[in-house]
Design a protein around this ligand. Structure first.
Ligand code: NDP
Length: 333
């Protein structure tokens, strides 16, 4: 192993049983050790994402005790065997996602999951962009590749993923509808470029959009809310439109009879997830490269809303679930 040896222990959030945010306790935990083709990284910022809630609750199963968090940026402290050809060195600033265990001071990650953080991008920015930024990128460029003039709907328009997806959809030339729950969130969604922002708490979002859309329906709906929005979202699509269900903040969508898709216009429904859109080294480098470059150039604006100490992970989850947040939440070890 090259570089500094890992400490014997570190501070980390560990959950011993699934449940409410209180199960996120800061404790002394064994420091991870670097295996073959892995790097040991000192974490400078860890992103908080809705998927962390699903793991905490047990909706996604994992062995316990478990250190949550799947997104971070930091500095390489040591490299394991077999990493020589990967082009990384001790001291490099790197970012990664979809490797569990980032609510901690130290983490190990497979070398092929790391991307270099450009000089003009801070570690906090990189930690904010890896999961939600690359998600917004694959949704708008690959799942349903937006064409100039398309009309699309993005739910949770002022959320972490929503603000980034709105900006990318506008850059690609779409007319963007969003839904949000409050006037304050509406302002943020408009500032991100949304053309029509619907306060779904005051009006029926489907009726409102139907009045305002230009054609026979929307080209695509990007729906991360799920249970409470799915049916009405489907009713807004044009024939052969695409329903992109990428999350379930309000709960999972109940079982669905596929024959409905033919009755309402030969619709497409997909349930994508980031891991399949960064599965190869080439695709990861391409997506991360485009996202980090647009941040460095200032064409993609991040809204880092809350920066909590690691010990406040439970509060971060309460704020995220309580719909009090509008952008990115970070934990700093
Ligand atoms: P957000 O910042 O978007 O937070 C969730 C938002 O959803 C809330 O602020 C709220 O906005 C809205 N919402 C509507 N109904 C509810 C409800 N019942 N409970 C809580 N929130 C609700 O979170 P993220 O950007 O981190 O994630 C957004 C979604 O995207 C999640 O569902 C997540 O799982 C998914 N996701 C999926 C990925 C994938 O590859 N498939 C990758 C990344 C994220 P408002 O107040 O305006 O209603």
């Amino acid at each position: 192993m090259q570089g500094e040896a890992s400490n014997q222990s570190m501070q980390a959030i560990r959950i011993h049983k699934h449940g409410r945010p209180e199960v996120l306790a800061l404790e002394e935990a064994p420091a991870p050790t670097t295996g073959a083709r892995q790097a040991l990284i000192r974490i400078e910022a860890s992103g908080v994402n809705f998927i962390d809630v699903y793991y905490r609750e047990g909706r996604y199963q994992t062995p316990l005790p478990y250190t949550p968090g799947q997104e971070a940026a930091g500095t390489i402290l040591a490299l394991g065997e077999g990493t020589e050809s990967a082009g990384f060195a001790v001291g490099d600033r790197v970012a990664w996602t979809l490797v569990p265990g980032t609510y901690a001071q130290l983490a190990v990650a497979p070398i092929e999951r790391l991307v270099r953080v450009p000089e003009r991008v801070t570690s906090q920015q990189a930690a904010s962009a890896m999961l939600q930024g690359m998600t917004a990128h694959y949704l708008s460029h690959s799942t349903y590749p937006i064409q100039r003039g398309d009309e699309v709907l993005i739910h949770a328009g002022a959320g972490g993923a929503g603000l980034l997806l709105t900006q990318m959809a506008k850059t690609l030339g779409a007319r963007v509808f969003t839904t949000v729950s409050s006037e304050e969130k509406a302002e943020l969604s408009r500032a991100a470029g949304a053309d029509e922002v619907i306060l779904y708490t005051q009006v029926d979002f489907a009726e409102e959009i139907r009045k305002k859309m230009g054609g026979p329906g929307l080209h695509a709906v990007y729906d991360s809310v799920g249970k409470t929005t799915f049916d009405k979202s489907l009713s807004l699509l044009r024939p052969r439109g695409m329903m992109v269900l990428f999350g379930g903040s309000s709960g999972p969508v109940p079982p669905f009879d596929l024959i409905r898709l033919s009755q309402v216009g030969s619709l497409f429904v997909t349930r994508p997830t980031l891991k399949d859109y960064i599965a190869t080294r080439e695709e990861l480098e391409h997506r991360a490269g485009e996202v980090l470059r647009s941040i460095a150039e200032g064409t993609l604006k991040l809204r880092i809303e809350y920066v909590y100490p690691l010990s406040d992970a439970a509060r971060a989850h309460e704020d995220l679930e309580g719909r009090r947040t509008t952008g990115k939440l970070l934990l700093i070890p």
